[in-house]
Design a protein around this ligand. Sequence first.
Ligand code: HEC
Ligand code: HEC
Ligand code: HEC
Ligand code: HEC
Length: 182
Amino acid sequence: MFKRLSVVVVFAVALYLVLPGSTFAQPFGYEGTQVCGMCHKSEKAGQQLKIWQESKHAQAFKTLQTPEADKIAADKGIKGKAAEAKECLKCHVSGNDVDKALLGAKFKMEDGVQCETCHGPGSAYKSMAVMKNPEEAKKKGLVALDDKAKLCSQCHNAESPTHKEFKVDEMWAKIAHKVPKG
Ligand code: HEC
Ligand code: HEC
Ligand code: HEC
Ligand code: HEC
């Protein structure tokens, strides 16, 4: 009985050692928009970095640093600054609620709603070899985003103190960032 168990344990440890990036390993970490942007900025790639920089998502943290935001927070009974309140950060940034060890050197919470907020933390899928293999990328943390309405409504919902009606197709048109065909 004990012998059996120890065989299982040894096997599990061996598996852990040979399969970094498997379910036994660390959760995936956040790299930051500049890292994604290295390969997703050229015209040929579709200028995702620029499109994001020009979108409101890139400003979502700065928005919390305004007197308007502090007033909204105060009205909700939150003590202190909006930019430090977890009740506000939860939809306005990524990385505020994870172990700091999971934040890469170039990651900036100030970047607000970023690539990895929607696509998933990229530490394990960001390499060229993995990125060129969509199946592998999904195994390594890239989130499949075929249901936009579901994704957007995680934040664009009535829990937002300034919620406005959200029309997914119109709103997507404002931030669409396709890879050009050809
Ligand atoms: C080393 C370069 C490189 C880096 C860094 C990189 N990517 Fe990619 N990415 C690519 C390439 C190449 C493709 C494949 C593009 C194609 O199919 O034409 C790709 C594809 C994608 C796709 C489409 C996947 C699919 O299923 O079609 C998404 C989404 C994506 N990357 C997001 C990201 C995010 C988010 C980051 C940052 C965490 C990132 N990438 C970092 C090179 C990179
Ligand atoms: C993690 C939360 C989050 C998710 C997920 C999210 N958004 Fe947002 N979005 C925000 C926040 C916060 C703002 C406000 C930013 C600001 O004004 O500072 C915003 C603003 C916007 C704006 C600008 C609004 C305007 O009036 O011009 C558009 C467009 C938008 N989002 C589209 C989308 C779409 C489309 C999706 C889904 C594909 C989506 N968002 C998913 C948090 C999110
Ligand atoms: C459920 C997600 C969510 C939460 C929680 C949230 N926000 Fe937002 N916030 C959004 C989205 C999405 C937008 C974009 C406009 C909209 O539809 O409300 C936004 C926009 C804003 C704006 C810009 C207003 C405008 O008219 O564009 C301010 C200011 C703001 N939020 C402050 C706050 C403060 C302060 C808190 C915490 C008390 C907070 N938000 C909590 C999602 C959220
Ligand atoms: C608000 C959420 C959101 C943010 C922020 C965001 N994306 Fe996306 N991205 C999406 C969605 C949703 C799709 C899928 C669109 C579809 O299938 O129609 C997508 C698709 C893509 C694709 C594939 C496009 C194609 O034509 O196949 C790439 C590459 C990509 N995103 C890279 C990035 C990069 C790089 C950033 C940051 C600079 C970023 N995204 C920021 C939601 C987001």
